[in-house]
Design a protein around this ligand. Structure first.
Ligand code: PEP
Ligand code: CO
Length: 464
């Protein structure tokens, strides 16, 4: 395998790059704001507001992702398809955190690896859409593109892109972040108290017994360590938690692209780990141009139409110096296509010796519509894509270093199947998503258990 020269940190700011150089490139999926002055005023206001994260946190996540690339950690990235302003509630935030903490406990226990926890929240307010407009009867209006851009109601007023929504999105993100940080710093994530993460409806869950067995075994291990060392294991009291969102709305992202004292280059300080969506990952497009210049770790969604040479060129642009922890590739092929589409990409990246973190999004290639008009996903297909991903990486000599999931801590019925075998009819009971269907708490936990079982079934020499 040809080895390229590797430097531990990039030392060059990409030439010709500025926080606004994306403006000279074709920009897909951006709204057309009717009032340019109002847009400029909102951007100026955002530029003066404090950021949501710091460069230290961003660089610490980059280090953890570099370790995940080496097989020393596993990435769990999850949250809603889209947050909305109305759901900025303490229950929604803490329930989502509980599920992610429970899943990470299952993964730590089963994979015997530290987990990098990244939420799809505190900024996940912009959505790419397949059509620019929506028609009902004889009325055609702009599509709903997420609460940071316009409103979901089918009225001209709600659907007109409003730049003031960016100010509200920043405030809602800050509240979400603040509450999450306070919960974690206050001891909510303490491994000595996993009962803090129990959700009301868990008592009746078919998975409860297996989960409680894991918790008990982990508790024993913690007590054993403490008896042995004669002291409490303090670093189990809190965990690192990072945020991510699709950095789709470039005027918003640009306003948080800043330089900080004692660091070179530019950071996106609206989130730790932004990603480029599948529909905006064109090599010469505005989004790739924006992402190449920031120092955050970044991810790109890779769909079934991406060819191996196209992927290598994308890696050249986004990580020219082969920096560890810089680039994650989130493949989202769909259960029916992954076996055909993924191996040539794995082979090309491996052959060229590129350093990336491979992550499987088992949601977005598996969306379908039911006869009763719901957008759904089948649990079996989600699990099936994940299980195939582990096998395909093992066969290619690459490593699946993480998963990307859409989930909620609420008792919704949006995906079909799982331990309670939800059916199309159940979707009518508690379907709340305005965009993609999410795994509910139980289905999410079941996926974490399936990951552990799958990993354990792989030959060890390949799995690590
Ligand atoms: C998403 O993650 O919600 C999304 C739209 O994904 P993709 O870009 O992979 O379709
Ligand atoms: Co989605």
């Amino acid at each position: 395998m040809p080895q390229r020269e590797r430097s531990l940190t990039p030392v060059h700011l990409p030439p010709d790059w500025q926080p606004d150089s994306w403006r000279s490139r074709p920009a897909l999926q951006l709204p057309v704001y009717p009032d340019a002055e109002a847009l400029a005023a909102a951007q100026a206001e955002l530029q003066a507001l404090p950021p949501l994260v710091t460069s230290w946190e961003i660089l610490s996540l980059k280090q953890q992702l570099a370790e995940a690339q080496e097989g020393k950690r596993f990435l769990l990235q999850g949250g809603d398809c889209a947050e909305n302003f109305a759901d900025c509630h303490s229950d929604v935030i803490s329930n989502r955190l509980k599920v992610l903490l429970q899943m990470s406990l299952v993964l730590v226990h089963g994979l015997r690896l530290p987990v990098v926890r990244v939420g799809r929240f505190a900024g996940q307010y912009a959505k790419p859409r397949s059509a620019d407009t929506e028609t009902r009867g004889d009325v055609t209006l702009p599509s709903y593109r997420g609460d940071v851009i316009n409103g979901p109601e089918f009225t001209e007023h709600a659907r007109t892109p409003d730049p003031r929504r960016m100010i509200k999105a920043h405030a809602r993100s800050a509240m979400t972040m603040n509450f999450t940080r306070s919960l974690i710093d206050g001891g909510f994530a303490d491994l000595h108290h996993p009962e803090y993460w129990n959700l009301g409806w868990m008592g009746h869950s078919p998975l409860a017994e297996e989960y409680h067995r894991m918790v008990a075994s982990l508790g024993d291990a913690v007590r054993f360590m403490e008896t042995l060392s004669g002291a409490e294991v303090y670093n189990l009291n809190r965990v690192d938690f990072f945020t991510s969102h699709e950095a789709l709305l470039l005027p918003y992202e640009e306003a948080f692209t800043r330089q900080v004292p004692r660091q070179w280059g530019w950071f996106n300080l609206s989130t730790h780990f932004p990603w480029i969506g599948m529909r905006t990952a064109a090599l010469d497009g505005a989004h790739v141009e924006y992402f190449r210049g920031i120092r955050n770790p970044v991810a790109v969604k890779i769909g079934p139409s991406v060819a191996p040479d196209q992927l290598l060129r994308l890696i050249d642009v986004l990580n020219p110096e082969d920096e560890p922890g810089r680039l994650a590739l989130i493949h989202r092929m769909g259960e029916a296509q992954i076996a055909e589409k993924l191996p040539p990409l794995l082979e090309a990246v491996r052959r060229d010796g590129r350093r990336v973190l491979w992550v499987c999004d088992a949601m977005h290639g598996n969306t379908e519509s039911t006869r009763n008009g719901y957008k759904t996903r089948r649990f079996d297909r989600i699990r099936g894509e994940l299980e195939q991903a582990f096998d395909l990486h093992a066969a290619a000599g690459t490593r699946l270093g993480g998963v990307h999931l859409e989930l909620t801590g609420e008792d919704v019925t949006e995906c079909i199947g799982g331990a309670r075998d939800l059916t199309e009819v159940d979707l009518e009971r508690a379907y709340r998503s305005t965009v993609d269907p999410r795994l509910n708490y139980e289905q999410a936990l079941e996926i974490a258990m399936a990951i552990v079982r799958k990993q354990a079934s792989l030959p060890r020499s390949i799995a690590r």
